[in-house]
Design a protein around this ligand. Structure first.
Ligand code: RB5
Length: 151
């Protein structure tokens, strides 16, 4: 799968580990940086690059890492068609795929160990979207006045 990755200084270390991990599993990664944990940078710049690549179809998915994952997630979700999820446990990663068809994974470099981040990434990559009623719910994200009856 073609995947875009990006991080700020607080997410650089975990982003590097995730990129290595995904490449070792045969994925094609476009790494938008940053490439240092000592040079302070602004997380929205990297979130916009990765989200635009996902929204424009250049890649199927994205991974973004900042200190908490929160700023990356807020920024990425400004892009139409992007469903970014800040996942702090494998369960959240699983549900973000099954129910939300998340196409951008956000991680917190200051709250997750490398092992935790890789475990979350593994689950997120391996879990399919369930479809069914969740297709309608995802459509309602962009069209809130549509009929919202459902299970
Ligand atoms: C940088 O200090 C920090 O604010 C950033 O990495 C991120 O956590 C923002 O949401």
């Amino acid at each position: 799968m073609k995947i875009a990755a990006g991080a700020d200084h607080a997410g650089f270390r975990i982003k590097a580990a995730v990129v290595r991990h995904l490449r070792a599993r045969g994925h094609e990664i476009i790494d938008f940086g940053t490439d240092s944990e000592t040079q302070s940078v602004d997380y929205p710049s990297y979130a916009h690059l990765v989200a635009a690549a996902v929204a424009g179809g250049a890649v199927e998915r994205g991974v973004l890492v900042c200190g908490t994952g929160i700023g990356m997630c807020i920024t990425a979700n400004r892009h139409g068609g992007v469903r970014a999820a800040d996942c702090v446990t494998p369960y959240l990663a699983e549900m973000s795929r099954r129910h939300n068809d998340a196409n951008v994974l956000c991680l917190g470099g200051r709250i997750l160990s490398e092992d935790e981040a890789l475990a979350i990434t593994e689950v997120w990559m391996a879990t399919p979207f369930e479809g069914d009623r969740h297709v309608r719910r995802i459509a309602l994200i962009d069209e809130p006045e549509a009929d919202a009856d459902g299970e």
